[in-house]
Design a protein around this ligand. Structure first.
Ligand SMILES: C[S@@+](CC[C@H](N)C(=O)[O-])C[C@H]1O[C@@H](n2cnc3c(N)ncnc32)[C@H](O)[C@@H]1O
Length: 384
């Protein structure tokens, strides 16, 4: 392969050790935190897998918020991510583009100065969630950023997703909504009941100020761009002709069996991306929704399809676990899904070790009644 990019920034190279630490808040890691997303793995995990590897194409067929893709960018490796969830794809796309904070703020300013939004949702939830003027501005951005492709627009869209809802703080506001969690959006009726009970009225939040502050923080240190893209698609239907490149590394984490509310738990972010102004459970096109045999079959389909776009000897690293409410053995499920595919298991390790960061399952509100196992499985693609 000809001249693949390498990390050229001396500062970034010097800081890789710190950056590969779990839970780092290092400046180079900031863009990775542009918006919360369920069950992301820490940046340290793909960084540790790829560090020292020879530069080549990196794929994540369940890319979520694009952590693998951002790690690839940090190291100068070209990369592709695929996710079926529009929220994940919109966040992950922002990990591969570059723009200045000033450029993003100017774009935001121009959109907010444009005419009235065509569509402003009405009803008890919307009145109580956002101040009317803040909601108007959010709707202007929603309409202007639908189908965003320009780099500043892609970043601005992900920035809005990140600040759309969250807790109210004492000083300058960080989020646009009335009091809400930042990781998931409360369902409308429950949110309204909560705000009424607590007497919480929405206050005016200046959208441009919030975006500008956040952009200055997140975009201060961006690694050089690498070739690649994020694809909004179902990985069970990937085809070799979809890709001009062949992949050397696949680092991924499928949904754990039973995890099926990625879109409905992010319903407000989904609305911002053009979805309906209510919770739409039917729009969760997730692998985790099906029965266990169908889930395993779906995973097997993905591993098979992925093998067809990889080069011989490619490395597949899968972080996988179980959520406590489902009594399944994740190792058995994962091994069953790999059976009959060209991937050969090489190594299995516990993902909960200090070097890999905390477990994804811990990010749920569930009380863990038993130690849910989370593992990293390494496999290689057998030479044909
Ligand atoms: C555990 S999360 C991955 C999180 C990711 N590692 C990160 O750091 O953000 C699993 C992802 O798989 C996606 N997914 C589920 N079924 C899919 C399918 N059939 N094709 C592509 N993506 C799918 C979900 O939308 C979710 O974003």
């Amino acid at each position: 392969m000809k001249s693949l990019p390498q990390p050229t920034d001396a500062g970034l190279l010097r800081d890789l050790d710190q950056l590969a630490q779990p839970r780092t808040s290092h400046p180079w890691a900031r863009l990775n935190a542009i918006s919360p997303y369920y069950t992301m793995f820490p940046l340290s995990f793909p960084l540790q897998v790829l560090r020292g590897a020879r530069p080549d194409w990196v794929l994540d067929p369940f890319c979520g918020r694009g952590t693998t893709n951002y790690a690839a960018r940090v190291l100068g490796f070209p990369t592709v991510g695929v996710d079926v969830n529009p929220i994940a794809a919109a966040i992950a796309q922002a990990k591969l583009v570059s723009a200045t904070a000033e450029g993003v703020a100017n774009r935001c300013r121009a959109i907010l100065a444009s005419g009235e939004p065509r569509d402003v949702p009405e009803g008890a939830f919307w009145q109580a969630c956002f101040h009317p003027r803040t909601l108007q501005d959010i709707c202007r951005l929603r309409e202007a950023l639908a189908g965003a492709e320009a780099e500043e627009d892609v970043l601005l869209r992900a920035l809005v997703l990140g600040v759309l809802h969250g807790p109210r703080n004492k000083g300058l506001p960080s989020y646009l909504s009335n009091q809400m969690p930042r990781t998931y959006a409360t369902k409308p009726d429950a949110a309204v009941r909560f705000w009424r009970r607590k007497g919480l009225e929405p206050v005016y939040v200046n959208v441009l100020d919030v975006i500008e502050r956040r952009a200055r923080y997140l975009l201060a240190h961006l690694p050089a761009k690498v070739p690649g893209h994020i694809r909004l698609a179902d990985s069970r239907a990937l085809a070799p002709e979809d890709f001009a490149m062949r992949f050397r590394y696949v680092i991924t984490s499928p949904p754990y069996f039973g995890m099926k509310t990625y879109v409905s738990d992010h319903w407000l972010r989904n609305w911002f991306l053009g979805g309906p102004p209510h919770v739409d459970y039917a729009s969760d096109p997730q692998l985790g929704r099906s029965s266990l045999p169908a889930f395993i079959e779906g995973l097997r389909e993905v591993w098979t399809r992925v093998s067809q776009v990889c080069e011989p000897g490619a490395l597949l690293v899968v972080r996988f676990g179980a959520i406590p409410s489902y009594e399944v053995d994740p190792v058995e499920v994962l091994r069953a899904s790999l059976r009959g595919t060209p991937w050969k298991e090489r190594r299995l390790s516990d993902a909960g070790s200090a070097s890999n960061g905390r477990r994804q399952a811990d990010q749920f509100q569930f009380v863990r009644s038993r130690a849910a196992l989370e593992v990293d499985l390494y496999a290689s693609l057998e030479e044909a």
